[in-house]
Design a protein around this ligand. Structure first.
Ligand code: SF4
Ligand code: SF4
Ligand code: SF4
Length: 331
């Protein structure tokens, strides 16, 4: 059985996605839904299904990575089952986290949504005021979803250089990029059981195949654009900024007790990366951290020195991945 299918939106893609999330709440018997798209300092927990029509996964603002907070939610055993709505970089971070931590993922329903990009906070506020409301910014993003989103140069640098903004790898993935969202969006589930539970529609017409082809074409262009942007940003790195792991370790030494990038990273815990008695961070820990970097940019957003951490970390991460013997790489 095909586990992905197009869903009619009748001019209201956001409403259809909210209805879908409500259906998921009921059918997967969720107790709470976590999402980071509300722009507050911590991801938001919805405990009442009546509030689900406030869910807006396309708000072009990201202040926290929900993957960092999921383990805390799972520590509450009165919550039997939690749904979490994630952007692709949050999903990537969660996948990396599960490699390192034994999380009870059988209690989690992951919903990953194509991302249309996010602005820096000040820019977001200015734009929302200029548009008259934050909701109009969401609609502006959705309006250009078919073309792959609006011009990305005002987005956070993490979004300009995004590896892939496509919802993928979750229990439920919601696609809007490259699609005429006022008519159709794409649902893609992890298995046929999940597809059936969400009421998979059986019809797939030739017209639908041309939409999928168009979506794949736009996705390929976005991935290519991200690759070019990462290269351009790396080329612009000033020579005083760390360009390899050893230079980065020295930089952290100079940063002293500031741990803002660690504290805001979904992959770091209070005691990770570890430090020796002289306060030096363990090379191997920092190496593993860099290799698993999800590219969400929460570190850069928090850095009081405004270091371009996404560019620095991405470059070092790529160096480290390239240096791993091909035979030892996991395929
Ligand atoms: S890094 Fe990518 S997935 Fe994350 S918010 Fe930016 S565009 Fe979206
Ligand atoms: S290092 Fe920065 S970009 Fe990478 S996952 Fe952590 S917060 Fe996100
Ligand atoms: S947030 Fe910036 S200043 Fe603080 S430790 Fe990280 S790189 Fe250094």
């Amino acid at each position: 059985m095909d586990t992905s299918w197009l869903v009619e939106t009748h001019g209201d893609p956001l409403g259809v996605i909210q209805t879908l999330i409500k259906a998921a709440w009921e059918r997967f018997e969720l107790d709470t839904l976590m999402l980071s798209m509300n722009g507050s300092t911590k991801p938001h927990l919805i405990n009442n299904p009546e509030q689900l029509d406030k869910v807006n996964p396309f708000k072009p603002l990201m202040t926290k990575n929900a993957a960092k907070y999921l383990p805390q939610v799972l520590e509450d055993f009165s919550i039997r089952r939690v749904g979490v709505v994630l952007r692709p970089c949050e999903m990537r971070a969660l996948v990396e986290k599960t490699k390192r931590e034994a999380l009870p993922m059988d209690r989690v329903l992951t919903i990953c949504v194509d991302c249309l990009g996010t602005y820096p906070m000040e820019d977001y506020q200015w734009r929302a005021e200029r548009k008259g409301s934050p909701e109009r910014l969401t609609w502006e993003s959705l309006h250009f979803a078919r073309q792959g989103g609006i011009a990305a140069y005002r987005f956070r640098s993490a979004c300009q250089a995004c590896r892939t903004p496509i919802g993928h790898g979750a229990d439920v993935n919601i696609g809007v990029i490259g699609l005429p969202v006022r008519q159709k969006i794409l649902l893609d589930t992890c298995d046929s059981e999940t597809a059936i539970t969400l009421g998979r529609e059986e019809v797939t017409s030739e017209d639908d195949q041309s939409l999928i082809d168009q979506r794949n074409h736009i996705i390929a262009k976005l991935i290519q654009r991200g690759t070019h942007t990462r290269q351009r940003l790396a080329d612009n790195l000033e020579s005083i900024l760390p360009r390899d792991i050893d230079a980065l370790l020295h930089q952290f030494e100079r940063c002293g007790e500031c741990r803002e990038c660690f504290d805001n990273c979904p992959l770091c815990a209070a005691d990770y990366p570890t430090r020796d008695k002289q306060g030096m961070y363990a090379r191997e820990d920092v190496k593993q951290w860099m290799i698993s970097c999800a590219g969400c940019g929460m570190c850069e957003q928090a850095c009081p020195n405004h270091f371009p951490l996404v560019t620095i970390f991405t470059q070092i991460s790529q160096q480290l991945i390239d240096s791993i013997e091909p035979a030892s790489q996991i395929h």
